[in-house]
Design a protein around this ligand. Sequence first.
Ligand code: ADP
Ligand code: MG
Length: 348
Amino acid sequence: MIEDKNPQRTSISQLGEFGLIEHLTKNFEINQSSTLKGIGDDAAVLDFKDKKVVVSTDIMVEGVHFDLAYMPLKHLGYKAVVSNVSDICAMNAKATQITVSIAVSNRFPLEALEELFHGITLAANEYKIDVIGGDTTSSQKGLIISITVLGEADEEEIVYRNGAKSTDLLVVTGDIGAAYMGLQVLEREKQVFQVNPNSQPDLELYTYLIERQLKPEARADVRTLLHALEIKPTAMIDISDGLSSEIIHICKQSKVGCNLYEDKLPLDPQFINVCEEFDIDSTTVAINGGEDYELLFTIPIDDFDKIKGNPNFSIIGHMTEESEGIHLVTRANTKIPLKARGWNALSE
Ligand code: ADP
Ligand code: MG
């Protein structure tokens, strides 16, 4: 389905390990003042002065977390950075540096790795983070990419998952569910392509959904938006596994319950249309689909006036006493217990 626009194939063994690393990393620039030494020595050197340092790491395995049949390598590189930056945003911190480690089989030519690193470079520029190191090795089969991200914040800015109070409001940024439906569209096209390799997919009706799947963005802007509104969330998490599972994480760690309102879920019109086309319940996808990389957080009820009507945020529910449990309140006003099904549940 994804055309090979890069017919040139240079074997990575031609460059050798050091030649390959040098080739892939030569264009990375250093922009953060906290980076004293980036790539090129035995270790990077950082200086965060009086800031606290937040660190997170993720690993992505071909065939498990991504399928190169519909995920171009450039997008994979971009998304791998975004998913890491998103974790730093979810701490209300600012991402500053990443390290990038890859294991590749010799099935990948140099041009493929250039694409991957092009995506990484684009994301590093977009989020103004320095690539300060990594590791490069071979794998027997497939591609593995692991990114570690560092970020900084003042101690009192950092937001954990465990600070929600039973009287807080539950807020989400942007809209949800679209990344999952984008994946459904891409998987359908992959199957069509397997039957008829000459088919030309017309994806115009799905552009937003596909973009949400292939080129998601981390909500690095939210830290600034909330700061300007003088709001500090009491608990926060990013939506990587799905809304219901993230709500349950906050509730469990904060020892509170929650009522989530079906009619308040922020859904894009294209998302609603495509759910109808696929005959899937949009609420089910919105609460169980993953990879939206929006932020979910709780705020004191007294901050309601500061956030109401703001187009960046939707108030989707409120926290309760732990003993009341965690529920979805449907449009028909019935209460259904929320389950952390994650997005695998959707394919059951
Ligand atoms: P070492 O032998 O100490 O592991 P390497 O030869 O693996 O060092 O790496 C040389 C330099 O290139 C180091 O600064 C390392 O962090 C960096 N590097 C290696 N692989 C990558 C990669 N995939 N992305 C970014 N930097 C990398
Ligand atoms: Mg090494």
